[in-house]
Design a protein around this ligand. Structure first.
Ligand code: NCD
Length: 352
């Protein structure tokens, strides 16, 4: 899928009929084994949630929950990853996600190296893999990769030695699987019955890897309804999010939902011409207390951060009683611990 195609002009409010949210029809139940899994079914790589079986997702969430502690208590610590080396290769700016992966690895006893290397397969070709092979020779066991180019984590995963794992920390607009898992964990902690939930994913869906991974995980977990709410210019292609009802106004899109997932406007993935005017965007698509009142009274509000306060979300809402945004951050470390633990345990040593 390309996001370089010209953005569509404004359209009036539209509501489409979605394909049913039938778990049997979901790609997660396909027969072909997910290449992210080892032949024995354990998790080796995590690049996308799209094909991950529901049982694997649920095990990861259970494991992550076991690592969650109330703030104020010491964070969990173990020696599960003692002797393992994790390399964080981030070529897009990120503080939160990198720190979250780093703390997760350290709290499990791993050694961590943070590198800013050029990974682009298009520009650098073979030299990207040379970097990977060099790090492999330095005993790196897990590569955590964030890159603006689609396909890079997959290419690395295809070329590493059998004992090495690759985890995506955000791939272009395509996938952000640990974000999807932490979003699911955050919802599950407050609203454990996914089948009765209506979830709205709101904002710049078109350019958002967070939205794609959220869609995949909520679908896999059998969410009752997943809607997308976006200005026409930020709607994804019709071939994506096929199980979602699409709304172009918050007044319809937020009605009676249980979960509101706000997204950041991905300015870095837009041409100058399609950048929205901040005030106009907030006037139409900003989440204000009045608009939040359209949702169920106990609805929760999420945002992957970094937030553009006053553009996609009002501070009153971001910091208000219905906000689960700080829980998302806390859950991020727990989820990354669970994923690191799973890929390392499956290698056959250090099994608990
Ligand atoms: C997200 C990302 O980078 O994809 N942020 C994050 O992982 N903390 C969301 C975003 O940048 O909008």
């Amino acid at each position: 899928m390309s996001v370089d195609t010209p953005l569509r002009p404004s359209l009036p409010e539209q509501t489409s009929t979605p394909a049913p949210l039938d778990p049997q029809a979901a790609p997660n139940t396909q027969v072909a084994p997910d290449p992210q899994l080892r032949p024995d079914g354990t998790l080796r790589h995590l690049l996308t949630l799209e094909t991950l079986p529901r049982a694997v997702i649920e095990r990861l969430l259970d494991r992550a929950q076991s690592y969650v502690r109330p703030l104020g208590e010491p964070p969990p610590a173990s020696a599960e990853l003692a002797g393992r080396t994790v390399a964080n290769l981030f070529t897009e700016p990120s503080t939160r996600t990198r720190v979250s992966f780093e703390l997760a690895a350290k709290r499990l006893g791993a050694q961590v190296v943070n590198l800013e290397v050029q990974l682009s397969s298009r520009v650098k070709g073979e030299s990207m893999l040379d970097t990977i092979y060099t790090l492999e020779a330095l005993y790196v066991d897990v590569f955590v990769i964030r890159d603006a180019e689609a396909g890079v984590p997959g290419l690395v995963a295809e070329n590493v030695r059998p004992h090495v794992s690759v985890l995506s920390a955000g791939e272009a607009h395509v996938a952000h699987p640990t974000q999807g898992l932490l979003d699911a964990l955050t919802v599950r902690q407050r609203k454990p019955r996914f089948d009765s939930l209506a979830i709205a994913i709101v904002g710049d869906v078109r350019h958002s890897r967070v939205a794609r991974s959220a869609y995949h995980v909520f679908r896999a977990l059998g969410a009752g309804e997943v809607r997308i709410v976006a200005p026409p210019a930020y709607m994804p292609e019709a071939t994506e999010f096929t199980a979602c009802v699409r709304h172009t106004t918050l007044s319809k899109g937020l009605k009676d939902v249980d979960v509101i997932m706000m997204l950041r406007i991905q300015k870095e993935r837009m041409s100058q011409a399609s950048l929205p005017d901040a005030d106009r965007y907030f006037a139409k698509y900003g989440l204000t207390p009045e608009r939040l009142a359209l949702a169920k009274p106990d609805a929760i509000v999420m945002h992957p951060q970094p937030m553009n306060r006053g553009i996609e979300i009002a501070s009153d809402v971001a910091d208000g009683p219905q906000s689960a945004i700080r829980d998302q951050v806390r859950n991020g470390v727990a989820v990354r611990m669970a994923v690191l633990s799973a890929v390392c345990a499956g290698r056959g040593t250090n099994l608990k």
